[in-house]
Design a protein around this ligand. Structure first.
Ligand SMILES: Cc1cc2nc3c(=O)[nH]c(=O)nc-3n(C[C@H](O)[C@H](O)[C@H](O)COP(=O)(O)OP(=O)(O)OC[C@H]3O[C@@H](n4cnc5c(N)ncnc54)[C@H](O)[C@@H]3O)c2cc1C
Length: 420
């Protein structure tokens, strides 16, 4: 009896039939969910307690082919689309937020250089060169289990897209010389390559966002240092310390995107910034999963006491379910319609989605703690971690909850070029 109930609770977040998932989507999500249940959920407490990196989970992701989830099939990957990746990442986030969030940084280095880049209508020659170039990175991931991170943030306006990156790439023979600093660099000390955004210095020209380069810096390159401590509120397993680059030489072959392509992608494929949200969709589901198990007296490591008979508990669970269904619906619509050159309506919906997920996940986790009561906030139970992890989503650039509201309000009230 108990086994059946647990199976029901751990059903896929997005039922294949109801959400009309393709067979490929169904299979990839199922692999992610099974890894989550059988492996990641059991290790999550340790990574959180120790603020240690989920190295074992990455070995499992590699073995399951999931480090290559968005690498095109022709290059030996699973060839998952943006939507398929998002659905799988939500299942991972449901069992370990830090794994899902860091996996996102890694996957983006393949998704953005892969299917997103292919959508940008590059000239034939440009595209051919890019395809040749990205193969280098894809092979490292598939053959050696290389992990790529995505340290963009610098503490200024650049990660929000408002100014050029202060980290610079000075052209030198055979490549570039990199100088600068990245804060909140998840996977610090654990990635094989740091996929940084930086501004190429072009003589006699002012630094420009159009000259943004996306480069993979080998983690062991001379002049790369990981500094500062990492003892945060949540997402403790992400190890988002500070990276410094002092005259680091990077060879030309380490380019992930040619000059200008990141700028183009950010403008024309804005949903690329929605990829932080799946983790938090998973956490929202996890908070409800826990609450139902707990109130039924079935949560692991808790006494088998039922609390479900109180009307206040039933109403709170109903409220959580309403919030979750709303969050999942808008999110599913946005990840399904993500495309190059989206309409203004689609862009507005993407901002609304990011806001809804990032704030909604924490709202659901908050209700879960209130409803389950005092024991549920003990560190021995996963809800306490889910509560802390879920608070972090709204803070993440470039689409923080505040920035989403700011832009959504502005573009709803002003047509392009309008001023008061
Ligand atoms: C767990 C975790 C992991 C992270 N991992 C990574 C990572 O791997 N790579 C990475 O690049 N970053 C990462 N980040 C960093 C994140 O994206 C932000 O850069 C960081 O949280 C910014 O913190 P801040 O307080 O310095 O932001 P600030 O720049 O000081 O901004 C504070 C707030 O002001 C608002 N704001 C900022 N700029 C603007 C603007 N131009 N217009 C309007 N409002 C604005 C935003 O709402 C923002 O939340 C991570 C953050 C967390 C919490």
């Amino acid at each position: 009896m108990k086994k059946n109930i647990i199976n029901i609770i751990d059903e896929p977040m997005f039922e294949a039939k109801a959400y009309k998932l393709s067979n490929k989507e169904k299979i990839i999500c199922s692999i992610a969910r099974k890894l989550g249940i059988n492996k990641f959920s059991k290790r999550a407490e340790k990574y959180d307690n120790e603020a240690s990196f989920p190295t074992e989970n990455y070995k499992d992701l590699h073995k399951a082919g999931l480090l290559a989830i968005c690498i095109p099939e022709i290059n030996g990957g699973l060839g998952a689309s943006f939507k398929t990746y998002c659905l799988a990442a939500a299942e991972v986030g449901r069992y370990c937020g830090a794994t899902a969030l860091t996996w996102n940084m890694h996957v983006c280095s393949t998704l953005w250089t892969g299917s997103l880049a292919d959508d940008l209508n590059m000239s034939k020659e440009f595209h051919k060169n890019h395809r040749k170039q990205r193969k280098i990175h894809y092979e490292r991931i598939i053959k050696k289990g290389a992990i790529y991170s995505q340290p963009f943030s610098e503490g200024g306006n650049a990660a929000a897209g408002a100014s050029p990156f202060s980290t610079t790439a000075e052209p030198v023979k055979g490549g570039w010389k990199i100088n600068g600093k990245k804060i909140f660099a998840s996977l610090s000390g654990h990635a094989s390559y740091y996929g940084i955004l930086c501004t190429e210095i072009i003589s006699n020209k002012k630094p420009s966002q159009k000259n943004t380069l996306y480069l993979a810096i080998p983690a062991n390159a001379k002049g790369v240092n990981v500094v500062g401590e990492w003892n945060p509120l949540g997402m403790r397993g992400t190890i988002s310390r500070t990276l410094t680059f002092e005259n680091v030489f990077v060879a030309k072959k380490e380019s992930l995107m040619p000059r200008g392509m990141y700028f183009e992608a950010a403008k024309r494929w804005p949903h690329m910034f929605l990829t932080l949200s799946p983790t938090y969709v998973g956490l929202a589901q996890a908070a409800l999963d826990f609450t139902i198990k707990y109130l039924r007296g079935e949560a692991p490591n808790t006494p088998p006491i039922k609390r479900r008979m109180f009307p206040t508990k039933q109403i709170a669970v109903a409220e959580m379910q309403v919030l979750l269904e709303n969050l999942k619906s808008i999110w599913f619509q946005s990840i399904s319609e993500a495309c190059v050159d989206p309409s203004p309506q689609q862009i507005k919906r993407a901002y609304a989605t990011q806001y809804t997920v990032m704030e909604g996940a924490h709202r659901i986790a908050q209700l879960a703690i209130r409803t389950c009561g005092g024991q549920s906030m003990l560190k021995s139970l996963p809800l306490e971690r889910i509560f802390r992890d879920s608070r972090c989503g709204s803070l993440m650039l470039p689409w923080t909850a505040e920035i989403c509201l700011d832009r959504l309000g502005k573009i709803s009230l002003y047509k392009s070029g309008e001023k008061d």
